[in-house]
Design a protein around this ligand. Structure first.
Ligand code: SAH
Ligand code: SF4
Ligand code: F3S
Length: 452
């Protein structure tokens, strides 16, 4: 494989992006070189997502484009990685003749062997899921990205079996990565100049490795690296640890921002979704978050039009979102996935038109909440970590607040990786506009005591 070039295109969640960085490392260890454009590569991998129908259709379309490239270049190898691998391996290789190699999320170490099989003229597949694989000893190679913010995966798989969700089937059983290997990876990131680390898992609060639970892990990493800020995604509302809230409140480098997927605001819906909490328990948790962490910023995931959803249940979701006033929400129309409990036991019976209308109502309400929340930011001071030059103008920088809001301000003499104290002067629904006050640091920045 030496001397060959490769290109990875990644779809789906942050875990998938983190996995592509593991694959980078495995391929580069074989002497292969990454390139930034598919057209320049000898081997193209698509790291795929199955979470909703439209995620899969985007991948299918892309694979068809690559098939066209293959027509002109007989030696081009195309591979599928990630969550679509298991489910459609036969379809992908035999029926559509689109790809040469299919590798599931736990089989990336086998890629060099699989590529060798392809060189011998065979199609190659490994979609076995594992109970142990965490790629702990592999240092991911971050070939794209800003060099300032990084994702570190701390666990794999998911055992929750929410009735709508395909992830437990595509990624297998939940397992936590050894603590030492997480610490080692973050040490390396610090040496490379990274300033923000997001710890990733499908259900991070169930992290457990020997005696270390998730709160202890956050305690340890944030003590060890006081000028790196830490985030995590995603926790599950069913067992969110209260001690973690106190830790976030006290530790300046634990971001005051929590993504806490609600999925629905209706207790009967949540029961059908097999999310083991009620509307009231969710709201109680939110109350705790707001009272323990002053100025906390909350975000969520919502599904509109899940099986049997009534108008009242939809209104419960609307009212929950209105009550909490999330700063950000990822909102989706329900998309039925094969193998899930909902696919086996329920009917996807909310008409498309109704799903779309409910989703639109949810999105519109959320946009106006965000607009209102952002306006409240005007006049406040924040510590922004600069991620790079603004997309719109190279005389401006962009970065995020501790509360995960995108901020744009004049460049002056500041640069990527700096912590800058800013004062918010204006906003749009998605971005805050600010005036830079001075270069600062996590240790010296004084947060506003409480937001009005
Ligand atoms: N592990 C994360 C979720 C990962 S999937 C968690 O539980 O928080 C990201 C989001 O996709 C989910 O939170 C859910 O809102 C959405 N999602 C999952 N399955 C879906 C489906 N079948 N249809 C529509 N949205 C779905
Ligand atoms: Fe899917 Fe639920 Fe697991 Fe999240 S917690 S990945 S929604 S099964
Ligand atoms: Fe998609 Fe797999 Fe992530 S289905 S959302 S890439 S876990």
């Amino acid at each position: 494989m030496t001397n060959k070039t490769f290109y990875i295109e990644t779809y789906g969640c942050q875990m998938n992006f983190a996995d592509s960085e593991v694959v980078n490392s495995i391929l580069m260890n074989q002497g292969m070189a990454p390139v930034q454009r598919a057209e320049e590569a000898d081997v193209i991998f698509v790291n795929t997502c199955s979470i909703r129908e439209n995620a899969e259709s985007r991948v299918w379309n892309r694979l068809k484009e690559f098939r066209a490239l293959k027509k002109n270049r007989g030696d081009l190898t195309v591979g599928v990685l990630g969550c679509m691998a298991e489910r459609i391996r036969e379809q992908i290789i035999d029926k559509e003749k689109l790809v040469d190699i299919v590798v599931g999320p736990d089989a990336y170490r086998d890629i060099p062997n699989l590529l060798a099989e392809v060189e011998d003229g065979r199609k190659a597949v490994n979609v076995l899921l594992s109970l142990e694989e965490t790629y702990a000893d592999i240092s991911p190679v971050r070939t794209s990205g800003n060099g300032v913010t990084a994702f570190v995966s701390i666990m794999r798989g998911c055992d929750n079996m929410c009735s709508f969700c395909v992830v437990p089937f595509t990624r297998g059983r939940e397992r936590s990565r050894p603590v030492q290997s997480i610490l080692r990876e973050i040490d390396e990131l610090e040496q490379q100049g990274y300033k923000e680390v997001t710890l990733l898992g499908q259900n991070v609060n169930s992290f457990k490795y020997e005696g270390t639970d998730f709160t202890l892990l956050m305690d340890e990493v944030s003590k060890r690296h006081s000028e790196i800020r830490f985030r995590f995604s995603s926790p599950h509302p069913k067992d969110f640890p209260e001690p973690l809230l106190h830790l976030i409140a006290e530790r300046p480098n634990l971001c005051k921002s929590i993504h806490i997927p609600a999925q629905s605001g209706s207790s009967s819906m949540l029961e059908r979704m097999k999310r083991p909490y009620t509307r009231e328990q969710y709201l109680e948790l939110i109350d705790k978050m707001k009272s323990i962490i002053s100025g906390v910023s909350l975000s969520t995931d919502i599904i509109a039009g899940f099986c049997d959803e009534t108008e009242d249940e939809h209104q419960d979701t609307m009212s929950l979102m209105k009550f909490v006033e999330f700063d950000l929400a990822y909102m989706f129309a329900y998309s039925e996935r094969e193998r899930t409990y909902a696919h086996r036991k329920y009917k996807d019976n909310v008409p498309d038109k109704v799903k779309k209308r409910r989703l639109t109502e949810i999105i519109q309400q959320q946009m106006s909440i965000q607009d209102k929340n952002n306006k409240k930011e005007i006049g406040r001071r924040h510590l922004v970590l600069v991620e790079g030059v603004s997309k719109r103008s190279d005389t401006q920088l962009s970065g995020r607040t501790d509360t995960n809001k995108m901020v744009v301000f004049d460049r002056e003499t500041h640069q990527k990786g700096d912590y800058i104290e800013v004062e918010i002067t204006d906003c749009t629904a998605a971005t805050l506009i600010a005036r830079p006050v001075e270069k600062s640091s996590i240790a010296s920045f004084k947060r506003e005591p409480a937001y009005a």
